[in-house]
Design a protein around this ligand. Structure first.
Ligand code: CA
Length: 758
């Protein structure tokens, strides 16, 4: 680097003796600087694209000047999921059609929103893959696929997914599922550096979230609070990938000392005899935001394991910094302010949901705010410079708290909230009133568009004492939904609970539904809503039908659906203007960009994640499969191409190909292990067309391979993790005996029903 500078300045002093020395020296310095830039960043764009400016702070804060660009996950530093483009509007959106598409081999869920900068689209996929494409033609320019530790595949609570990438100064940053942060050359995808961000690979850590840029750092969190992760974010220098600082969101065992000063006051909010060995969660698994003017980095933290506060911190306490929004100084990693949405969380009420920065006129004052609709059902507006609570109101049915006390900023819990002594039906459910699906803010309408889940959950305490399993699931997860299925009223747990009618007496309607709600953050009131349950009202699938949202200056809101449709609505009224059949199920938020005067809408399809592994009839994934597909649309485009329809054999159970085995005790033990370590993915699968196999229908081959699948990872490439570090061969055998018994029970029950109806 310095050599280029020396050569050009030497050249300047040589020629400077002949021509105007100052001018030439200036020119030489400019040449040196541009050489430096070119050398260190090696930008190689397609020949027909002009690169105007570097992607830096000057460009980020003036992104309003380039409406055709979508730079961050939510387009701008405000993370607003708002496009200032208006070529596509309510009068012509019905003419939206196909421009191009790009197919992915993966059948995991796609949760990220692509970026488009300087004519190139960058999209991340499950496990942390990246594909760079010409944004006009869709031609692939380069691809990156990290090699993944197979053990990571079984350490996800909610599917093998990735929620995005960050682009800054000639580099694309992405994190892999197994916890590495990659810096890729924006021109060819070559790995510039790679950092191991995980402090203990034997624990249940993964990364499903996106890295965020803050000042000259790239910041990344992690997931695993259902396992035994202790949450933290790590900040790396964008120059060389060295670790600048690390901020833990919960304390470790106080007897071992604190890594940074903020943990001492946090530890005072925990029982000294808390289950420190379990890690206690608070993971930053999804949203962050960075305000370059205030130089504040915002991170959202999650829940802890075990879920009931009584088990992890028996004496109670707020358990900081669980379920909180934290504002950090990115230069130092020091805490500037925090706001805890759910003190002493008992319900998996994470505050990891997307946060939007906006400037709002509230009570005659221009306020710089941060907005979040976390899982707990309240919509929060905070002053983003100070953390002061401006307002909070429920945007969905909430029964765990009556309101947020404006004097203390704390929720006022109801008698319905705690389930330590008796099972309770509590709203919202552990899925949250809003999950990771991005909400969008339109400064034109002043409304926030939230994908909302209306559902409660029935919570109960475990009857057995808590037993920590290193690297395993430690949440306890003792809740079910008031709906059919093995995560609901057909579960083993339901048999131990009072009937739903008794639990639901005097409580809100238990019918599970999904909604798209337009929320006024100034008045904290609903502007309009549209139900998004699709054909699944009352089923858990209802709440996954409505994907992330995006809004535009064309006065539109876009949302993808599990049914395979992209819906466009009038942003002011909610009137549905378009329901375009993409023939591909969508969860991710769409985005918009423009090139050479043409506005495009793009969205990644492929469902999965928390509860989306069951592809019910009525979903595009049931009809066409669930391989990822990026679909790009424009006005006057063609009909969206469809994949070939899958054939579905009839669902009648055949007699299991192996005989029952194992003692009643072994089968019961297998059932306990299954419930704790396997049910997250394999429950609620009953052959209705699932991405995850129905274990009641295992073939003779699968039975023969059973031990190798669990203990040798023989199906890791199909998404089934290796459990050899967690389960002994004897435990695997007991799980196998349990599953064989389950298969026979299901078959016998079906035969009985068939005989009775004859
Ligand atoms: Ca969680």
């Amino acid at each position: 680097m310095s050599r280029a500078f020396l050569i050009t300045t030497e050249f300047a002093s040589w020629i400077g003796t002949r021509v105007g020395a100052r001018t030439v020296r200036l020119l030489a310095v400019m040449l040196a600087v541009s050489l430096l830039y070119a050398c260190s960043h090696r930008i190689q764009y397609p020949a027909d694209k002009t690169v105007s400016k570097p992607i830096d702070k000057a460009r980020l804060v003036k992104l309003a000047d380039e409406p055709g660009t979508w730079l961050t996950g939510g387009r701008d530093y405000q993370q607003s999921y708002y496009s200032p483009l208006a070529q596509i509007n309510r009068d012509n959106v019905s003419r939206l059609g196909y421009a191009w598409h790009s197919d992915f081999e993966s059948e995991h869920g796609f949760e990220s929103t692509p970026s488009v900068v300087d004519g190139v689209m960058y999209a991340s996929g499950p496990t942390g893959t990246v594909r760079a494409m010409d944004a006009t033609s869709g031609k692939t320019l380069w691809e990156f696929a990290p090699e993944i530790d197979p053990a990571a595949v079984r350490r996800v609570c909610c599917g093998v997914v990735n929620r995005g990438l960050a682009i800054w100064k000639g580099t694309v940053y992405v994190a892999s599922l197994d916890g590495y942060l990659y810096a890729l050359d924006i021109g060819d995808g070559a790995v510039r550096w790679k950092a191991d961000t995980i402090i203990d690979h034997q624990r249940g850590y993964t990364i499903t979230g996106a890295p965020y840029i803050a000042a000259d750092k790239v910041v990344i969190g992690n997931a695993g609070a259902e396992f035994d992760a202790r949450g933290y974010v790590s900040a790396y220098s964008i120059a060389d990938g060295s670790l600048s600082w690390r901020f833990f969101t919960v304390p470790g065992d106080p007897e071992l000392g604190f890594e940074h000063p903020e943990l001492e006051p946090a530890a005072a909010t925990w029982d000294p005899n808390s289950l420190w060995e379990v890690g206690l969660g608070g993971t930053v698994w999804d949203a962050m935001a960075y305000d370059p003017q205030l130089n504040l980095l915002y991170i959202g933290t999650g829940n802890a394991a075990p879920y009931p506060r009584k088990l992890r911190s028996p004496a109670g306490g707020d358990n900081l910094y669980l379920s909180s929004i934290l504002a950090l100084n990115p230069d130092t990693g020091r805490l500037v302010w925090y706001y805890q949405t759910t003190p002493g969380d008992n319900w998996d009420f994470t505050a990891t949901q997307k946060m939007i920065l906006a400037d709002l006129d509230i009570a005659g004052q221009r306020r710089q705010v941060i907005m979040q609709a976390p899982k707990n059902g309240f919509f929060y507006v905070l002053d983003r410079a100070t953390g002061q609570l401006i307002s909070a109101q429920p945007y969905a049915t909430t029964t765990w708290a009556s309101h947020i006390d404006m004097a203390t900023g704390r929720p006022v819990e109801t008698s319905q909230a705690e389930y330590f002594d008796a099972p309770k039906l509590i709203f919202p459910s552990a899925a949250g009133a809003h999950n990771w699906q991005p909400m969008a803010y339109n400064p034109g309408t002043g409304l926030v568009y939230i994908p909302v889940i209306e559902a409660g959950a029935i919570w109960t305490m475990p009857s057995q004492p808590f037993e920590y399993i290193k690297g395993g699931i430690n949440s306890t997860s003792l809740y079910i939904f008031p709906a059919p299925g093995e995560w609901g009223l057909d579960s083993e747990l339901a048999k131990t609970l009072p009937p739903l009618a008794e639990l639901a007496s005097g409580q809100p309607d238990t019918t599970i539904r999904g909604f798209l709600r337009a929320w006024n953050p100034v008045t904290q009131a609903l502007a309009w809503e549209r139900e998004t349950s699709g054909p699944w009202v009352g089923d858990m699938t209802a709440f996954w039908n409505g994907g992330g949202t995006m809004t535009t200056a064309g006065n539109l809101v876009f949302q993808g659906r599990g049914t395979g449709h992209l819906v466009a609505l009038d942003a002011r009224t909610g009137e549905e203007l378009l329901s375009l059949d993409l023939a591909a199920s969508v969860m991710a938020a769409p985005m918009s960009y423009s090139i050479d005067g043409t506005q495009y809408i793009a969205v990644l399809s492929g469902i999965g994640g928390g509860n989306g592994n069951t592809y019910l009839p009525g979903s595009a994934s049931y009809t066409y499969g669930n391989k990822g597909r990026l679909i790009v649309l424009k006005l006057g485009g063609a009909t969206v191409p469809k994949r070939a329809e899958l054939s579905h054999q009839d669902n009648t159970l055949s007699p299991p190909p192996v005989a029952r085995r194992g003692t009643a005790t072994e089968i019961a033990r297998g059932g306990e292990i299954f419930l704790r370590q396997c049910a997250k993915c394999h429950a609620n699968i009953d052959g209705r067309g699932a991405g995850i196999p129905d274990l009641k229908r295992m073939s003779a081959t699968t039975h023969a391979e059973f031990n190798d699948i669990l203990l040798r990872g023989s199906r890791v490439d199909r998404g089934m993790g290796n459990f050899s570090d967690l389960l002994t061969p004897a435990e695997v055998e007991s799980v196998h005996s349990y599953l064989i018994d389950q298969a026979w029970q299901a078959f016998e029950q079906e035969s009985q029903t068939a005989n009775n109806s004859l």
